[in-house]
Design a protein around this ligand. Structure first.
Ligand code: SAM
Ligand code: SF4
Length: 329
């Protein structure tokens, strides 16, 4: 059985962007009441008393937009300082990154994933649902700040939307040539905007790879991450190209992760909404932490069955109650 040792922690379900594929601007969202958002102390208790004793060693802070959380640097410092932490990463849209990059690095963060779906400001603004202000430039400045500070690896996440940014695949892939940045192409999933998904659908990673291969050639990378990405490299490039193909491939059998939402729900499988476990209510009502740990342990034992059930029973029909911003993408 696959070892599940990776927890993705959503720090907040709010965001300063309204990406079309995640929280489209015209769709009202129910944010969780702020009183239900786990505090840093609660997150640390869950890590130290529940997840670490169960073997978790890798943590990613995400959201919503994690940099909107005022105490994010303190949390990074506290998790990085846990002796059991082997890997700590953060996923951000980088809008607020430039002034925070050095503090995050000093607090112990080394790995960062930044969402960047377009190099063309106009298209970028269309995707993130904001017009009128130059958010692209501020994001780019955030990426450059992270580079200067020394984040390594620095990964750029690209969600490919047919007819919107798929003409930029080669330009985005070219970012790996000189700088040692890594680009991850993610197949668009029907979570968050089923309508856009229905209209635009998704492009299989194999097709993207072929386009890049035609231009430069492409070899399988010797660096294999511990995630679901298939990793390749343009010959001679300093960075790698990853392809996350959750639509065209099923990688449930190598899934090593679970997700904790900002309001404390543990979700065993991204594509299956069943069997989520509320950790906040028992934690706040003084339930024994040992009981909580056993509930999580038993959920983890059932995870393979939960993963595959989504595929076999067709529960992933494209209608999800929560968006990626709420789940912690
Ligand atoms: N706000 C941060 C950001 O955008 O990087 C972190 C949270 S965001 C939900 C995490 C990742 O999920 C981003 O890389 C985003 O592109 C991806 N994502 C969101 N909705 C998606 C969808 N419908 N299909 C594929 N990826 C999606
Ligand atoms: Fe916000 Fe990230 Fe979702 Fe975009 S993908 S709306 S930046 S949470």
């Amino acid at each position: 059985m696959n070892v599940v040792d990776y927890l993705r922690i959503s720090l907040i379900d709010r965001c300063n962007f309204r990406c079309q594929y995640c929280m489209p601007a015209d769709t009202p969202l129910d944010y969780v009441p702020s009183a239900t958002v786990l505090t840093n102390a609660e997150i640390l208790t869950l890590l130290q008393e529940v997840f670490i004793p169960l073997g978790f060693r890798k943590f990613r802070l995400t959201g919503g937009e994690p940099l909107l959380r005022p105490d994010v640097v303190e949390l990074v410092g506290a998790i990085a300082a846990l002796p059991q932490t082997q890997d700590l990463a953060l996923t951000t849209n980088a809008f607020l990154l430039a002034p925070l990059a050095a503090d995050l690095y000093a607090a112990g963060l080394r790995r960062i994933n930044i969402s960047l779906d377009s190099l063309e400001p106009e298209i970028f603004h269309q995707i993130i649902g904001h017009r009128g202000r130059d958010r692209w430039q501020q994001v780019w400045d955030g990426i450059l700040a992270a580079h200067r500070v020394g984040f390594d690896p620095l990964k750029l996440n690209v969600v490919v939307i047919p007819g919107v940014n798929d003409h930029e695949i080669e330009d985005l892939a070219a970012l790996t040539l000189d700088r040692g940045w890594h680009v991850r192409f993610i197949e668009f999933m029907p979570i968050g905007n089923a309508e856009l998904f229905g209209e635009r659908a998704w492009i299989a990673s194999a097709e993207l790879r072929q386009r890049i291969r035609d231009r430069w050639g492409l070899v399988e990378s010797t660096v294999r991450g511990n995630g679901p990405a298939d990793v390749f490299q343009i010959p001679g490039a300093r960075g790698t190209l990853g392809f996350i193909s959750q639509m065209s491939e099923c990688f449930c059998d190598r899934c090593n992760r679970v997700r904790l939402s900002a309001d404390g729900w543990l979700r065993p499988c991204l594509l299956n909404e069943t069997e989520q476990l509320d950790l906040r209510t028992p934690l706040r009502s003084g339930e024994s932490i040992g009981v909580l740990r056993e509930q999580v342990r038993s959920l983890l034992l059932r995870k393979p069955e939960i993963n595959f059930k989504a595929r076999e029973s067709g529960t992933n029909d494209g209608v999800y109650a929560r968006t990626m911003s709420q789940i912690g993408g």
